[in-house]
Design a protein around this ligand. Structure first.
Ligand code: ACO
Length: 301
């Protein structure tokens, strides 16, 4: 489709493989499947879910929100449902919002999902971006159980002044769909990769340090660090600056590419399945995305 090579993609990004949803498979389908698996792991039925939050930049439609489609698909009839949009940082934002509802005792059981069909907004003629993104979903169930652990802190940040580094211009109120906007390929994402790279490393390190400081923790006390899976070189730069030990960072981007809001959710599930996170372990999530937005969360598993 574009002039590129496996060698360029591998050395510049670390990505070897990605997954694309089928034409008739939407973000809500991926989200519902992840939600059902998470509910099964948590031993929770659809009827128990009070709230569904979906973090995504690729909703099924501008409205209704994707969480409503998920609510219907999984049969969570009692649940309130809304989406959160913080691009690749969306999952931490959504988990923090979900946790606030539990801490305020508004809700008992919150389903948080990160889900994306990024292939639907990828410009397959733009080699700067089309080699990076994939589709996927991950989910968690939040509950306040006796003797339970969970989110110890979540740091979130934004810099709206850098919105022009990573965006999709078309389809919103600023630039509704017209024949011209489609012809100008404005309904695909665009990124200034180099600048985004630099800001990502800085923001992820700052957020991670702040999260550790709030919990009075040293990086060495963290069992598993799960960074947003955008680029192997970003992950390595963050690991080096934070003084992470070899193997402390969980990396699976070679098999998924950048799945935006789904990224750390998928990685969290894989890290647990691989036995890298046991009950009581401290986990550090670090994210970065369009907005710009960023965040870090410390979880006691
Ligand atoms: N194949 C071959 N060559 C390419 C490709 C490609 N797919 N893409 C770009 N190139 C070329 C460029 O044209 C450039 O050529 P030139 O030097 O002749 O101009 C050269 O390769 C180097 O390009 P750079 O942009 O400098 O490459 P860089 O090393 O910065 O890597 C990348 C690019 C992978 C995009 C990197 O900058 C990156 O990962 N950025 C951050 C991405 C990110 O974290 N995004 C945030 C989250 S995403 C979200 O919120 C949805």
């Amino acid at each position: 489709m574009v002039e590129t090579s496996d060698e360029w993609i591998t050395t510049r990004t670390g990505i070897k493989e990605r997954h694309l949803a089928a034409k008739d498979e939407f973000t809500s389908d991926l989200a519902a499947r992840a939600a059902e698996r998470a509910m099964k792991m948590a031993g929770v039925t659809a009827g128990q879910i009070d709230l569904i939050i979906v973090a995504t930049i690729t909703p099924d439609m501008p409205f209704p929100n994707t969480a409503c489609f998920v609510q219907h698909k999984i049969g969570a009839k009692r649940a309130a449902a809304f989406d959160i949009e913080a691009a690749c940082s969306g999952f931490i934002h959504a988990v923090e919002v979900g946790q606030q509802f539990i801490m305020s005792r508004t809700y008992d059981t919150v389903l948080v999902i990160g889900a994306e069909k990024l292939s639907s907004i990828t410009d397959w003629q733009d080699r700067n971006t089309c080699v990076l993104f994939g589709d996927g979903a991950g989910a968690v169930v939040l509950q306040n159980r006796p003797n339970s652990h969970g989110l110890l802190t979540a740091v979130m940040g934004a810099d709206g002044g850098s919105a022009d580094l990573l965006f999709m211009a078309g389809g919103g109120s600023r630039c509704p769909a017209t024949a011209e906007s489609v012809a100008a390929r404005l309904h695909f994402l665009r990124m200034n990769g180099k600048e985004t790279f630099k800001k990502a490393v800085q923001a992820m390190c700052t957020a991670a340090r702040e999260a550790l400081r709030r919990c009075e923790l040293e990086i060495a006390q963290i069992k598993c660090i799960i960074p947003h899976q955008a680029n192997r070189r970003i992950i390595d730069a963050v690991a080096e600056r934070l003084g992470a030990k070899p193997g402390q960072m969980f990396v699976n981007l070679e098999r998924y590419g950048n799945t935006s809001a789904a990224s750390v959710a998928i990685a969290l599930d894989e890290a647990v399945a691989a036995g890298k996170i046991q009950r009581g372990d401290l986990v550090l999530l670090i994210v970065f995305g369009a907005g710009l937005t960023w965040g870090a969360a410390v979880i006691e598993w």
